[in-house]
Design a protein around this ligand. Sequence first.
Ligand SMILES: [Zn+2]
Length: 299
Amino acid sequence: MIAAPANLSDQDGASPSVADSALVDAVRPSPNYGKRRGSHAGVRPSLVVLHYTGMPAGRGLSAAERAIRWLTDPRSEVSSHYVVDEDGGIVQLVPEGQRAWHAGLGAWRGEPDINSASIGIEIVNPGHFWNMSAAPDLKSGEAVEVHPGYQPFPDVQIAAVARLVADIVARNGMAPESVLAHSDIAPARKSDPGEKFPWARLADQGLGLWIEPAPIEGDAGLQPGTEGQPISALQSMLALFGFDLAVTGVYDAATEAVVTAFQRHWRPEKVDGRADRSTTATLVRLLRAAEDARRRLAS
Ligand SMILES: [Zn+2]
């Protein structure tokens, strides 16, 4: 099912077996997609969402092959536009003009239909955790595997992700800042691609919104369970930045999940869900950087 890469597909009439990018090594069509909906119908996507596959190698299959089989299985009802293997190989599953089912429930900057607004890239990595006894391809009576743990992303894989994201951003006329983690749009449910993903490497190529995190000072920071004006201020800043978070004045579970997601992406040295000074200072600087980026785009 390997098709020659081509650069030509039109947003709506794309054939599922034709690559959108010349960087694609193989096309493995997935049936798990639909049309982009509502205001996104016929409109080019404006976001890139990065994931990890969260599935280790096993049962005689490489981690990539195992993930691709799952993402192309109609029973899974999940997919992505692209999969990037540990060796940098790029496989396309769904045409960019179509709505792949990668993001699920979540929101960013008030956009509730992330699948319609985005292109999804699955990066092969075993992830933080996978309930091996609930593996969808585990046969009854088969021994349950041991999860190898969250692994660093190989350089060659990150280089391929950066090339692919740059190509997607350029062809779709996206703002280069529009690259998000799955955990950004669904903080309570998702932790991918996780704190080992080197966002700074993408930023070196002008991709994604990134600043050097403010140094960790060792203060305890705002804590889950506390309430008051500083919590409201923190929640307001996180919501203004883009997270789907209600301003309640209470450091509730949703706030802890959003702070954790923020740290995984923008302050990865310490991911603990506590808003210490380094976390809030990094957030304040990012709000400024996002505002500057918006102004550049508008001018
Ligand atoms: Zn994901």
